[in-house]
Design a protein around this ligand. Structure first.
Ligand code: ZN
Length: 436
């Protein structure tokens, strides 16, 4: 069979195959390691995967890559990012280093609201340009698909502007983005002490627009003129102290479901308000953060088929030692996924390999469990488990070639980029160290 690309003789090829759904429990670490592995890609799709001795004789490749001495695995899927934003908060980082808490900074008008002010002011084009650089950095670190949230606009127009920016980046940049509407990310200044009124606006004004995004009003002509549709696949809400309570979160998520959108929840980052149980009750695709989730709610999520998205970079960035209890999650059978939570606050980090390092050292996940969490389980958490996240026939030809022959170097070495080559839908985007 004629194919576009054959990668052969990989010292280790990790398939992370999971055709039935996310991997959990004893299978959380089922990486599907093939020694001396090969993979063929044609028209952006995987046509063959297996030992080199099986695959190589059956294909006639236009381009061949000899990966001997290198480990090959699926492109990383970043299950939770806020990659689209304007400006930075380096001053707050310095305050946090000096001892201020996230809540202190938020109470003083900083935190998310500081990014909201910058993002509201930015033109759509500026937002796209600033975010484009971050996507380049993500790709270089091996991320080929990422979920991205709105939530730094908090008005109908500026939230739609963020979704239009995600749409523009999805068209122009090889990293595939899954858009999430997070209108209920923070209580805007103009609604201080009136969070219920803001939830009314999210539920009555914003959500119907996000669900039917091609009917923009004249004041949003600049978004229309861009030609990019503000669309969302998921709706998310921040259910925690300092953000929205359980009842407010329920209103947002139930309305989203009525409108036919899938749901996610930010919950249990600081205190448990019952958000994880709500995720189980409503059948959320994922529940994210889960740093303080009680075991009983972890069990309920496992039964309901929710994926737990853990964000160790944020815990690290906050200087906290309260990491999510990944061991209990694996024990009770909750599939665990990883995300960077890339954002201008506590975690401006694009690197999924660094998340794998943190997961192994601070959440006691095995390396294999963390690799599954960063690939196929993150894909299922992002609603694209059938398309990406594993090296299986018919899926997108998204993969990374590591700098080293043994995948364990992913966590073992940190602070340097382990990725030599990134391939997105069969196209080679980054080649270091002369692999090709
Ligand atoms: Zn987040």
């Amino acid at each position: 069979m004629k194919v576009d690309l054959l990668i052969h003789s990989a010292s280790q090829l990790l398939t992370c195959a999971a055709p039935e759904g996310p991997l959990s429990g004893a299978n959380q670490g089922a990486i599907g390691l093939i020694e001396d592995g090969a993979i063929a890609i044609d028209a952006g799709r995987i046509t063959h995967v297996g030992p080199t001795t099986d695959v190589r004789p059956t294909v006639d490749a236009r381009v061949e890559m000899d990966a001997s001495g290198y480990a090959v695995l699926p492109g990383f899927v970043d299950a939770h990012t806020h990659a689209v934003f304007a400006g930075h908060r380096a001053d707050e980082f310095e305050q946090r280093v000096a001892g201020a808490t996230y809540q202190d900074i938020m109470a003083a008008g900083g935190g998310i609201m500081s990014t909201v002010r910058a993002t509201r002011q930015a033109k759509l084009r500026e937002l796209v340009m600033q975010s484009h650089k971050r996507l380049n950095a993500m790709l270089t670190h091996g991320t080929t698909t990422a979920e991205v949230k709105s939530g730094y606009g908090l008005t109908l127009e500026t939230e739609l502007k963020m979704l239009a920016a995600i749409s523009a980046l999805n068209t122009d940049h090889p990293v595939e983005l899954i858009p999430t509407f997070l209108g209920a990310h923070a209580i805007p200044d103009e609604y201080r002490d009136r969070a219920d009124d803001f939830i009314d606006e999210v539920v009555d004004e914003m959500l119907p627009r996000v669900a039917v995004a091609d009917a923009l009003l004249p004041p949003f002509a600049d978004i229309e003129a861009s030609g990019y549709q503000p669309v969302a696949v998921f709706v998310d809400v921040f259910c925690d102290v300092g953000a929205f309570n359980l009842e407010q979160s329920r209103r947002v998520l139930e309305r989203a479901q009525e409108l036919g959108l899938e749901i996610k929840i930010h919950t249990d980052e600081f205190e448990s308000l019952g958000g994880a149980a709500l995720a189980a009750e409503l059948g959320a695709v994922s529940a994210d953060h889960l740093a303080v989730t009680p075991r009983e709610e972890i069990e309920r999520m496992a039964e309901a088929g929710v994926v737990g998205v853990l964000l160790p970079g944020t815990t690290f960035g906050l200087g906290s030692d309260h990491y999510a209890d990944a061991r209990t999650m694996v024990e009770v059978g909750l599939p665990v996924a990883l995300g960077t939570d890339l954002n201008p606050g506590p975690c401006w980090c694009v690197s999924m390999p660094f998340m794998i390092t943190l997961a192994t050292r601070y959440m006691k996940m095995t390396l294999a469990e963390a690799v599954v969490a960063a690939t196929i389980n993150a894909a299922y958490a992002s609603g694209v488990g059938d398309e990406v996240g594993s090296l299986e026939t018919g899926k997108a030809g998204d993969l990374v070639v590591l700098e080293w022959s043994d995948y364990r170097h992913l966590a073992y070495r940190f602070g340097e980029n382990p990725v030599a080559t990134v391939i997105k839908e069969g196209t080679i985007h980054e080649v270091l160290d002369g692999v090709a």
